[in-house]
Design a protein around this ligand. Structure first.
Ligand code: HEM
Ligand code: MG
Length: 298
């Protein structure tokens, strides 16, 4: 059975690093680094047994096609969404490196080691350090992750392509959001709960989830079946600078991401996600994370 890359399935450690890169030089040297990363991490994990250091590499469509390994039929680029104040830009990228662990320093060290030999070949488009905040809250102070699939079996079912040449692979969606917390904090708790669709203290779904709330927009069903994704998002940033959520999720099909995004950005029924009045996407991209075997065969 094809094995998923290490960061895809397990619940995230308290620290993560998300790096989106563009390849501007020697592709072969960069691919060699991508392939050797897992061996380097195995050594580091032996030396630091409590670190639970895990990484996954994923690739943008044009770059993946240039590797001539075939292309999953559904694999598409992220397209910009929304209009007016509520928009999602498409910012691209050739490689996504997603690292998580119990140690901020090892995430930093891993990226340093990865980049050193290929610094001239890579332009880093976004380097964001995420951290678990309080009791798994987003910075809007609501628990994030309550309805995420929990068991390994459920997470595999949702995240991994089951059969065929791309088995064990996964589609990845990334959006970095910058929050406007002063505006958010002007709402009282009841109003905030109506925007999210769950209670603030203990994350219980409201009896009447408003259609334009965040949960109302993304808790979708098709033919009686819920559309699921495996989220690995974490808060990031500084108090006085930009801060928000680095949204990242894995799924066996891009369809689920597309359906949720269309619904959030008003392209399904004209209603948009009320949460987007208080947070704005500044990046957006789709990637494909091949199985370990396919990564090693590059
Ligand atoms: C649920 C926050 C962006 C998909 C939630 C919940 C919160 C939350 C607080 C409820 C608790 C939970 O079940 O985890 C945020 C914030 C975002 C964001 C702060 C950005 C700033 C997104 C995006 C997507 C998404 C871009 C997908 C395109 C989901 C899904 C659920 C969820 C699928 C579970 C819905 C359910 O089954 O009830 N999010 N989210 N979220 N979010 Fe988000
Ligand atoms: Mg639900």
């Amino acid at each position: 059975m094809a094995i998923a890359q290490p960061a895809v399935l397990p619940e995230a450690g308290p620290f993560a690093l998300y790096v989106v890169m563009k390849v501007i030089g020697g592709k072969d040297a960069v691919i060699a680094q991508c392939k050797s990363l897992h061996h380097r991490l195995a050594t580091l994990n032996e030396q630091q047994p409590d670190a639970n250091l895990r990484a996954s590499m994923a690739f943008g469509k044009a770059f993946w096609q240039s590797l001539e390994k075939g292309c999953p039929a559904e694999f598409d680029d992220f397209t910009p969404l929304g209009d007016g104040d509520i928009t999602a830009p498409a910012t691209g990228g050739d490689i996504l490196l997603h690292i998580n662990s119990s140690r901020h320093d090892l995430n930093f060290y891993t990226l340093r080691c990865f980049l050193e030999p290929v610094a001239k070949d890579i332009e880093v488009l976004d380097e964001t350090y995420g951290f678990k905040y309080l009791d798994s809250r987003d910075m809007i102070d609501f628990v994030d992750g309550t309805e995420n699939p929990k068991t390994t079996e459920a997470r595999s079912d949702v995240a991994l392509i089951k059969d065929g040449e791309f088995a064990g692979g996964s589609f990845v969606m990334v959006q970095r959001f910058v929050h406007n917390l002063p505006a958010w904090n002007r709402l009282n708790i009841q109003a905030q709960e109506k925007v999210i669709g769950r209670t603030k203290l203990d994350s219980v779904e409201l009896e009447d989830v408003p259609a334009a709330s965040h949960v109302g927009r993304v808790d979708l069903k098709e033919e009686g079946k819920g559309l699921k994704i495996v989220r690995h998002s974490l808060p990031y940033g500084t108090v006085t600078g930009d801060h928000g959520l680095l949204f990242i999720a894995y799924c066996h099909t891009q369809h689920n991401f597309n359906a949720m995004l269309k619904s959030m950005y008003g392209e399904t029924d004209g209603q948009s996600d009320q949460m987007l009045r208080f947070t704005k996407a500044v990046t957006g991209a789709y990637f494909f994370a091949p199985s370990v075997e396919m990564l090693e065969s590059l």
